[in-house]
Design a protein around this ligand. Sequence first.
Ligand code: 3PG
Length: 212
Amino acid sequence: MDRPRDMAAIAALAPVVPVLTIERVADAVPLARALVRGGLRVLEITLRTGVALEALRAIACEVPDAVVGAGTVLNAQQLDQARQAGARFVVSPGCTPALVTAALASELPFLPGVQTVSEAMVLAERGISLLKFFPADTVGGLGWLKAVAAPLAGVRFCPTGGIGPDTAPAYLSLANVACVGGSWVAPRNAVVAKDWAAIERLAAAAANLKQP
Ligand code: 3PG
């Protein structure tokens, strides 16, 4: 299978990146398979549970069509743990100079979070021009993205946070949006019930949303 090596190539694989917080490692592979069957190949596993790295490793080993990455990466140590578990990319909710340096040294595709124009400018100066806009719905949403399109002409975003099936199309219609992230394609109750068919249906609907 292809192994996209930069974040823009990964973002181009699907309009929606499921943000997954996995509580039982046994759920990881069937959940990933359901999402991939639905057409969503790029999966973000948040490092917020005790089994997150094990879940990431299982998906990396057993679901070859998935492009699995780690989310909620806050520091260089977590970045290294994610890389060792097989992460193909890493996502952070914000950014620190140390994390940016570690990510660039690792050569792992990196999607750092920003909320402000200045944060975006600092990252663009370091060669990172695809950014997570987080928490999108809370800090300006569509209006913010439209307002920065001209001044930050070389920057594109993956808005995440508070986005759902009703609002995702408007985000995806913007030229400076590469894809959106969200947890709505894998609702906790469906995962607890192991309702993989329902998750596949949600993924299929999300995969059919327009990608710029
Ligand atoms: C997160 O970090 O939980 C993501 O931003 C997902 O946000 P959402 O649950 O609002 O989609």
